[in-house]
Write a protein of this length. Structure first.
Length: 450
């Protein structure tokens, strides 16, 4: 430990050195660089840092949903202490970081996180169906996902070890059950595999952690579940939470042993989830049929409204299509709204950048059965450089003037945008069903035109 040196670089910034080797860098209470082996590579990317504060997953950039405001750090011996709060002070966060020297060339990082709710209104916590709500760690292994297909993703699997049992969760973009609500206890581990050097998270504290693996970029969220009834709760004044975890480095040889004994998780949703493809979407391809580069494929996703008054189903239909036996369908027994969406079009998802001053056209074949409502299509897009990137409800929306209703055969619908300036960086396709009855959608084609 006598070789460890922590160099302040601002109120909430610092550099951590071991001799002449940079171990870590903190910027604004975020760990933007971490290297645990001599001559090892960085485990984190500055664009996706590790937060050193408590937060909630949804809308986490909201200063009332994370405790990074008024961030400061200081040293207590060889321990780096990071403090922050929500913008109103409704929650107080303290993270203590200790670098443990395993050998002259290898360190572990141990993090002790404490959450405190001071006098006042408390902290409102909203439910998260996919993992816990009180999040104390969100680690993205640098290089596990590249937006550009010119670079291959570095890892292919996230391995979860509970005792002697290892589950291998493949890296695909399928929102599937095995990625959600992963229960971890004291001593359980998560590792990203397989490279020459691989990051490992070990849960040190005894309280059960509910973790989730993001289907987008394979970062893991570690949190405590507090909304057990699926309803918001308020952490009252005097409430506390505590978490301890360790970040370490695993060699390729160690990782290969995990792969040998691990059991690959099976996605129940793979057979019923269509894959979005560039060009004509006929819905013949699903995640179960994908063979080549499954980590580069993206799904069609069904979204249901939050209304009541009847049931609503969105399914892949293997009995009917325009020119084959595949399409997606939506059926409702009441006046409900549902939609099939493709939200992964654009340079953030490995596709070429959209042009500026271009028009965008969406076409689809649609048919309906006893639909007391309408079936229609729409494009949503976010213009490059505009705010609210993570709030799709604020995107520009373009809806075709035509719709299909009642009982109809296959009918062509289309919508074309005006020239978009500046060009978009995100485009969403929406296949929309409104009302009681059934709709089918097939042969979806998205095009960029002059």
């Amino acid at each position: 430990m006598n070789r460890l040196r922590i160099e302040p670089a601002g109120p909430a910034d610092c550099l951590v050195w071991s001799g002449s080797r940079l171990l870590a860098e903190v910027r604004d209470l975020r760990l933007v660089a971490l290297c645990l082996r001599e001559h090892g590579r960085q485990m984190l990317d500055p664009d996706v840092p590790l937060p050193l504060f408590w937060e909630q997953y949804a809308d986490h950039e909201n200063p009332e949903r994370n405790a990074s405001s008024r961030g400061v750090l200081h040293l207590e011996g060889d321990t780096l202490v990071c403090r922050g709060s929500t913008s109103s002070g409704s929650a107080l966060s303290t993270f203590r970081l200790s670098f443990v020297e395993k050998s002259p060339t290898i360190y572990d990082l141990v993090i002790h996180a404490v959450l405190e709710i001071p006098d006042g209104p408390g902290w409102l916590i909203t439910p998260n169906p996919h993992h816990g709500e009180l999040e104390f760690c969100n680690l993205w292994a640098a290089g596990s996902f590249f937006a550009s297909n010119a670079q291959r993703n570095r890892y292919s699997t996230t391995a979860v070890r509970r005792g002697s049992e290892i589950t291998l969760v493949p890296h695909n973009h399928l929102e599937s059950e095995e990625k959600q609500n992963i229960q971890l206890g004291e001593g359980d581990q998560v590792a990203w595999l397989l490279e020459d050097e691989n990051p490992v998270i070990t849960i040190v504290s005894g309280r059960t952690v509910s973790a989730g693996l993001c289907a987008y970029m394979w970062d893991m969220h570690f949190a405590y579940k507090v909304c057990h009834a699926g309803a918001p709760v308020v952490l009252s004044p005097g409430s506390t939470a505590e978490a301890r975890y360790r970040i370490s480095s695993m060699s390729r040889d160690e990782g290969e042993e995990w792969l040998k004994i691990g059991k690959r998780a099976v996605s129940r949703e793979a057979e019923s989830t269509p894959v979005y493809v560039s060009g004509l979407n006929t819905f013949r391809d699903t995640f179960a049929s994908v063979v080549d580069e499954p980590d580069l494929k993206w799904p069609w996703v069904f979204q249901a409204d939050e209304e009541t008054g009847g049931e609503l189903f969105g399914t892949l239909d293997r009995s009917t299509g325009v020119d084959d036996e595949a399409s997606v369908t939506i059926r409702s027994t009441g006046r409900r709204t549902g939609r099939w969406v493709a939200t992964t079009l654009g340079p953030a998802f490995g596709e070429p950048a959209f042009g500026t001053s271009k028009r965008f056209r969406l076409s689809a074949m649609v048919r309906t059965l006893e639909l007391d409502g309408q079936a229609r299509i729409a494009l949503r897009l976010h213009r490059s450089g505009y705010p609210d990137l993570h709030h799709p409800e604020s995107y520009d929306e373009f809806t075709g003037g035509d719709a299909v209703t009642g009982t109809s055969g296959w009918t062509m619908l289309s919508v074309t945008t005006p020239p978009i300036v500046p060009g978009p960086d995100r485009v969403h396709i929406h296949l929309i069903h409104e009302g009681k009855g059934t709709s089918w959608f097939d042969n979806i084609l998205f095009e960029e035109t002059d």
